[in-house]
Design a protein around this ligand. Structure first.
Ligand code: FAD
Length: 642
């Protein structure tokens, strides 16, 4: 083996699953010097997670690849509940929309994890970042010297690529990475790999996105806490032949005696079946005879009976144990972080695993980038733990209730058991969670307190939640567009100005005054923190929505900050994508955005500050805007950077 080389990087990401790749997208896009290492030689191609929530697709949109997802994914439209009737025969008892109307501009979709990873990999590559495969993190050292710029040192092993595809086992079985496999089996397999050379990577920050058996977590001495429910499920991706009437919609099926089953129709007429295999006593291990494809299909047949099931083509299958586990410590000295399965695991029923993992690093990425660029105080990194641990704790509570009701025997006729009404009510109540749109971050240095005054300004804009979207009309080209499509993930903050009725001269003057103050007052963060010679919209971008018709005023009548000039190839060009009207478009719908956001179209308007990850920071009146923004940014920005 050759001698150990040493290198330096701003961020080292360990693990190229969904969490690591999402972080890679942020950092690549914001120009941070990053490496992303992955011990597996090849990426996964089938199986694993498949459900993508509305909120995650909104994030895909902000990175520019939601369309690719939409083209390939199977959009889910309906969920049907099958329950036993009084004669214990399975019948459909309720049909509901799979995505609650108006919860998002996107609908849930399903597509295999490997393709989602492809989109993220391509997005990273566009900005020059590639996954370095066959590299495993092996040793960890932290330099306690406060002056150290690169305090984390990770020794990695460059592995000789294995002949067998480590990523997919034998191609169709996901058993080798399942949590029914003891740690020893997985670690021994990895430890046996031949090492060609080692390398010491010194990093300013390290993020362990290395999955449920996280190596990083172990180096920090942190533990996943929680329970395994001793309930086992099988999962199959198959092209089935069945007489179940509903196979191309989602089916939640509880049999009277034989357990439960979830049917998720996938792309290419594939169907994913989650099949309950049984509940064991504490400490009991699942019989290996149950850990076979034949056993999982046999269980599915029993649960679905009298409906029939043949699976001539099976793309992938696995067996897993349900459990809700959380590591409450997710950061070490604000230099090492855990994201994704490395800090939480839960049952896959509500499709949360991959989504929550990506949303962890979506929360972290822009904060890391701002600290590395020296613009923001590293204290903001503390909000990663407070925001994500709270979100995950709530997820685990929901998941526990869902898993319990999913795995319980239904009450039938005189027999006591899980109430199917209660189960369906929980499923519907949790629509915001299962769509990913229910995450609200509490007050912190990055989220203001809520109060009645702010509520009166914009009754339906929830501080701490993500900014929702409505169709509005762009002044410059009369096109109906989704407002939130402007919230591109590029690290910029957004100031959303509900300007009100521009036909009212007093209101128009108030907008002019606000724009003048934002560009000239020394306390304005636009004035104070936009780097010299940079475009005026490069740190905070103003997006203006009027309640008056677009035709009432010419585009060029508006204050320049609402349609600023930016430099491209040495020329000053006007922008056309920051000014909108809340009126129906010619062809694409729209109108009613003010009512949706709870802002009075004839009133004084208001201003909403939105973070780079689209979460709402605060709602302000025009008059208090500059001062409130000034206080907020002064508390989080590095003052020397001015
Ligand atoms: P992972 O996807 O696990 O990625 C972690 C990566 O880190 C891996 O690629 C690993 O090789 C790498 N790594 C680990 N240690 C090191 C090291 N020392 N050095 C370098 N690299 C390292 N979710 C659902 O929602 N629905 C499902 O049906 C479903 N089925 C699943 C079936 C299986 C068998 C598994 C394993 C998971 C399943 N999941 C499912 C969960 C879902 O895949 C995860 O929630 C999601 O992948 C988490 O993403 P992540 O990036 O946090 O971790």
């Amino acid at each position: 083996m050759s001698e150990t080389r040493t290198s330096e990087v701003d961020v080292l990401i360990i693990g190229a699953g969904p969490a690591g790749l999402m972080l890679g997208c942020w950092l690549a896009r914001t120009g941070v010097k990053t490496r992303i290492i992955e011990q597996r030689d090849r990426k996964i191609t089938c199986g694993h997670a498949d459900g993508v929530q509305c909120r995650t697709i909104e994030v895909f949109q902000s990175f520019g690849f939601a369309e690719r997802f939409a083209k390939e994914a199977n959009e889910l439209c309906e969920t049907v509940f099958y329950n036993p009737d009084e004669n214990r025969l399975l019948v459909p008892t309720e049909r509901i929309p799979d995505t609650e109307p108006d919860i998002s501009r996107f609908r849930h979709g399903v597509l295999n994890q490997g393709r989602i990873e492809d989109f993220l990999i391509d997005c990273m590559a566009e900005h020059g970042l590639k996954v370095e495969r066959s590299i495993a993190a092996r040793e960890f050292r932290f330099d306690d010297d406060l002056e150290a710029t690169h305090p984390v040192e990770v020794t990695v092993a460059h592995l000789v690529p294995a002949a067998v595809d480590e990523a997919n086992g034998d191609g169709s079985s996901g058993l080798y990475r399942s949590n029914v496999q003891p740690d020893e089996v997985v670690y021994v397999t990895m430890a046996k790999r031949t090492v060609s050379r080692t390398e010491k990577i010194k990093a300013r920050y390290v993020v362990g996105c290395d999955g449920a058996r996280s190596w990083t977590r172990k180096q920090l001495g942190y533990k996943l806490e929680g329970d395994s429910a001793n309930i086992f499920w099988g999962v199959i991706d198959a092209r089935p032949i069945t007489d179940l009437p509903d196979i191309r919609v989602k089916v939640v099926l509880h049999s009277a005696e034989s357990g439960s089953l979830l049917v998720v129709p996938r792309e290419r007429n594939i169907v994913r079946f989650y099949v309950q295999l049984g509940k064991l006593e504490v400490g009991q291990k699942l019989d290996p005879s149950m850990q076979t494809l034949e056993a999982v299909i046999a269980s599915a047949r029993k649960i679905m009976a009298p409906y029939t099931l043949e699976c001539p083509v099976v793309e992938w299958w696995s067996v897993y144990e349900i459990g809700q586990r959380l590591c409450r410590d997710v950061s070490f000295k604000n230099r090492v972080f855990l994201a994704g399965d490395a800090f939480h695991t839960h049952s896959p029923k509500a499709g949360q695993g991959m989504n929550f993992s990506m949303m962890d690093s979506y929360n972290l990425g822009w904060k890391l980038a701002a600290c590395i660029k020296g613009t923001m105080n590293p204290k903001i990194l503390e909000t990663y733990a407070s925001e994500r641990v709270e979100a995950v704790s709530r997820l685990l509570d929901f998941d526990r209730d869902l898993a319990h009701l999913f795995s319980g025997k239904p009450a039938v006729a005189e027999r006591a058991g899980v109430s199917m009404k209660e189960f369906q009510a929980l499923w519907m109540r949790m629509a915001k969670w299962t769509s990913g749109t229910g995450i609200e971050y509490g007050p912190s240095m990055l989220v203001a307190e809520r109060n009645e005054v702010k509520k009166a300004l914009a009754g339906n804009i929830l501080i701490g939640s993500h900014f929702e979207s409505r169709v509005v009309v762009r002044y410059a080209d009369a096109k109906g567009v989704h407002f939130a499509d402007s919230l591109v993930s590029d690290g910029r903050w957004r100031l959303i100005c509900f300007a009100g009725d521009m036909r009212d001269p007093t209101q128009f003057q108030r907008l002019e005054r606000l724009c003048a103050d934002l560009t000239s007052l020394p306390t304005s963060p636009i004035k104070r923190y936009t780097p010299p010679n940079a475009d005026i919209n490069s740190f905070i971008q103003l997006l203006t929505l009027t309640s008056s018709p677009r035709k009432a005023l010419l585009y060029t009548s508006f204050p320049e900050l609402t349609r600023p000039f930016v430099t491209v190839d040495g020329y000053r060009y006007p922008t056309y994508d920051q000014l909108f009207s809340d009126q129906p478009s010619y062809l694409d719908g729209g109108g009613g955005a003010y009512a949706w956001y709870g802002v009075d179209p004839c009133g004084p308007g208001c201003v909403v500050l939105v973070r780079p990850d689209q979460h709402v920071v605060d709602v302000m009146s025009f008059e208090e805007c500059v001062e409130t923004l000034g206080r907020f940014f002064d508390a989080i920005m590095v003052q020397e950077s001015i």
